[in-house]
Design a protein around this ligand. Sequence first.
Ligand code: MN
Length: 361
Amino acid sequence: MSGALLADVSQPAAEQPTEAEWAAAVSAITRLPADGRILLICHVNPDGDALGSMLGFGLGLRRLGVRQLQATFPGRPEVPEPLQALPGLDLLVPATAAEPDPDLVICFDVAAVSRLGDLADRLDRADAAIVLDHHASNTRFGGIHLVDPDAAATSVLVEKLLARLGVPLDQGIAECLYVALATDTGSFRFDMTTPAVHEMAARLLATGIRPGEISRRIFDTRPFGAVRLYGDVLGRAQLEPLAAGGRGLVWTYATLDDLARHGQRPYTLEPLIDSVRCTAEADVSCVLKQVAEGEWAVSMRSKGPTDVSRVAVALGGGGHRLAAGFTGYGSAPEVVDAIRAELARGATEVGHGPADLQDQE
Ligand SMILES: [Mn+2]
């Protein structure tokens, strides 16, 4: 869900923000003149954390009286349908209309300059740049780093910066930050869902926002075409119990023709991996999403025993131990052949066959 899935695992983990960095960020914002131009940027193909963090902070800046304010992201100016009711969307402008000479740039959930696309030049043109992020792979671009790899979402850093700026949470800000937090914690199901995460959620809910309504809109609403599309794609899933050293592999694929047949956009397929990884008989799950003829965006998940980032890195991608991805080339079966071979190699190299698995239980 976060850009972290495709992040480069070879980068060193970033430090947590220091007091000096927090103070520098506050000062970069508060010392701007009343007509100072601020440009907010989140990563390409924004998810709930990227957009929610950026718009929530934008609404906070508006409360501070900032008048010349834009929010944007590179590439197609397309907001996924479930996020189209987020508060603060009126701050959004297409990348082509973004201020060419901002005084201050603030980046959200962006691990590397490459995720800024054509907007990267704004970093050089601005007097100052603040980066709010939680990817361990953050490359420390930009001048002021508010990067905490232990934060469950970028919105955790946004809430802290708003507090230091003296901006109180209102319902608009809270809804944006709640969507961001819920997105990156898998609706508070992942291991990163710490007491601090629930405490932040409590502060957001205390503004009076409605979690049931928000979750239904963001996570549980799909056009009927998407339901039929999922039916087709899940219906062709394959289970290989002997793959991954006997831990099991489940995989499926979605073609551009599948999307066209059901009138759906590619982002509709993002949650599909969650339906596939439920499979009890497989530790490893994969979804291949066709992006062009002979080219596939591959999402991989592990329940624990298999390190899928090792497989993804071997095949030119990256990510985390339990969630990783890469771009595969050829036919879908050829891409799965490559995955199967890497999984088998890993299982042999580290001696983690089914026997070892049993030892661990
Ligand atoms: Mn994130």
